[in-house]
Design a protein around this ligand. Structure first.
Ligand SMILES: Cc1cc2nc3c(=O)[nH]c(=O)nc-3n(C[C@H](O)[C@H](O)[C@H](O)COP(=O)(O)OP(=O)(O)OC[C@H]3O[C@@H](n4cnc5c(N)ncnc54)[C@H](O)[C@@H]3O)c2cc1C
Length: 474
């Protein structure tokens, strides 16, 4: 049974951060290469992917040190009732932004998050279960997830439809009323985590009412991974990497049956759940990305201080100096955006319009900004920057992938812009700054038949009299 201390004071929070930094320095950074190596071995090793030995060891150490489930905000923990008793530090989202940034300084980006039970898609799934699960669902799935005994997956994207528009999600979920069961048929792909044997449960979004109102057609249903009829077709490779042992599977569902009681919140409420999930579960990627940017900048500065060419240290070149300063301001602006969104979530909830806009802006802005930051850091390293001798290539790929995996940039910009247009309707500045073109006092500039003053006529006559080449002398 996991028990973590409640963080009640600023001093306790500072102490938590200090302990986490020590864990990062003593346990995470020194084991990054081992983690990568063992994951690669597992990826090459048949079809039985499991946690790597170093991950298991670090999960044990993190639990012992009380560095566990830090993601779980106070309101979600409360919503879970007894099931989450003693398993949350009770941090706000704003506080977790600082914690998650520290976790995000590991490479791969989610290594430290995996070791501390703060990884995707489990965090989002656990929050969904906290908020929308029945008591039975919480006991069966939430508790082992919070304890880190099992992992989970979230299955939305489908190969046959543009899944960035969630209304397209069409996997068939029909009812067998006599048996009291749903029957699922269709395909999903890019389902993160589902290739691991530790993954025991999936939250699947599909169509229960294809003819219903647009936003009430889909439901989210709990599907245990060992349900007959699920085939793991293949691992999807992101930039050639199988991302084992979590991985991203293409899945085939053939007459997969689960009881009616596995529906979350109720039929047709898939979108409602998604809206709740889009906040907490996914702000974490942006928090971690800031950690990636800090890690990359630190590497870039060290390299530029050491390396010499064209008669001086690289750090003396103006372009490098400018890049260092520009990266700092970019990190600070991203951090402020993320922290503001987290703060708004704490104060107004993630269904509030401005909070949702901030979340969309953050998801659109942070990944591309961090991708560009890491790109600049790679450049300073020359060939080494794209090699296995620095973690930069993983940070770059991670940021690039998130520009799609967490919903495409364009969709987040679109959401933010639509909220902006709605907000502008109530703006105190609405219609200020445009002046009426035609008022009743407005006199015309001049009419074609108006007489010209003698002084101006003189200038015009003088102009006419001059040869073309001499007109500039006027
Ligand atoms: C590494 C990785 C992990 C993932 N993990 C999961 C997971 O665990 N579970 C899951 O369900 N899915 C997962 N996904 C899938 C991911 O969520 C989808 O790929 C993403 O939502 C986009 O859907 P799509 O691939 O169908 O692209 P499409 O919807 O076909 O969109 C393709 C492109 O069209 C453009 N576009 C789309 N809409 C607009 C618009 N409104 N305006 C302008 N341009 C637009 C964008 O450029 C977009 O990239 C993962 C993906 C990756 C790469």
């Amino acid at each position: 049974m996991v028990q973590v201390p409640l963080i009640k004071t600023d001093a306790e929070f500072e102490d938590l951060k200090k302990r986490l930094w020590t864990f990062m320095k003593e346990d995470i950074y020194p084991n990054e290469k081992t983690f990568n190596h063992q994951n690669h071995e597992i990826g090459l090793n048949g079809n039985e992917w499991t946690h790597s030995p170093i991950l298991i060891e670090l999960m044990t150490r993190a639990k012992q040190k009380g560095l566990w489930n830090m993601f779980l905000p106070i309101d979600s923990a409360e919503a879970a009732g007894n099931c989450a008793d003693g398993m949350s530090h009770g941090l706000t989202n704003r506080q977790y932004a600082e914690i998650c940034e520290i976790l995000g300084t590991s490479v791969p980006m989610e290594f430290a998050s995996e070791a501390t039970n703060c990884t995707s898609p489990d965090t989002g799934n656990m929050e969904v279960l906290c908020r929308y699960g029945s008591e039975k669902q919480k006991k069966e799935w939430l508790v082992p997830l919070l304890e880190g005994k099992i992992r989970s997956a979230f299955a939305m994207t489908e190969p046959d439809v543009a899944s960035s528009d969630a209304t397209n999600i069409g996997i068939s979920i029909t009812r067998d009323t006599e048996a009291g069961e749903y029957i699922i048929n269709g395909r999903k792909w890019w389902i993160t985590g589902s290739l691991s044997l530790h993954c025991k449960i999936m939250i699947l979004m599909g169509k229960t009412d294809p003819d219903g109102p647009k936003f009430a057609q889909q439901s989210q249903i709990l599907v245990p991974m060992d349900t007959p009829g699920i085939t793991l077709m293949r691992p999807m490779l992101a930039f050639g990497d199988d991302d084992s042992p979590k991985g991203h599977a293409e899945l085939l569902f053939e007459n997969v049956r689960v009881p009616f009681e596995n529906a979350l919140l109720g039929e047709g409420r898939g979108f409602e759940i998604s809206q709740g999930r889009l906040g907490p579960g996914r702000i974490h990627h942006c928090m971690r990305l800031i950690g990636q940017a800090e890690r990359s900048l630190a590497a870039m500065c060290s390299r530029a201080e050491q390396r010499e060419g064209f008669g001086k240290k690289f750090v003396k070149f103006d372009t490098v100096l400018q890049d260092i300063a520009k990266i700092r301001v970019e990190i600070e602006t991203c951090r402020l955006l993320v922290q503001q969104a987290a703060d708004q979530m704490d104060k107004l909830g993630n269904k509030d319009g401005h909070t949702r806009q901030l979340l969309s802006l953050m998801k659109a802005h942070v990944p591309i900004t961090v991708q560009n930051i890491v790109d600049k850091c790679i450049q300073v390293f020359g060939g080494m920057g794209v090699s296995q001798d620095t973690p930069l290539f993983q940070a770059f790929a991670g940021a690039r992938i998130l520009r799609i995996a967490d919903g495409p940039d364009e969709v987040h910009w679109r959401t933010a812009a639509r909220i902006e247009l709605a907000r502008q309707k109530a703006s105190p500045l609405k219609d200020i700054g445009t002046y009426p073109k035609y008022g009743k006092d407005l006199l015309p500039f001049r009419r074609s038949g108006d007489p010209i003053s003698p002084a101006t006529q003189k200038k015009l006559d003088a102009f006419e009299a001059l040869e073309v080449g001499n007109r500039s002398k006027l």
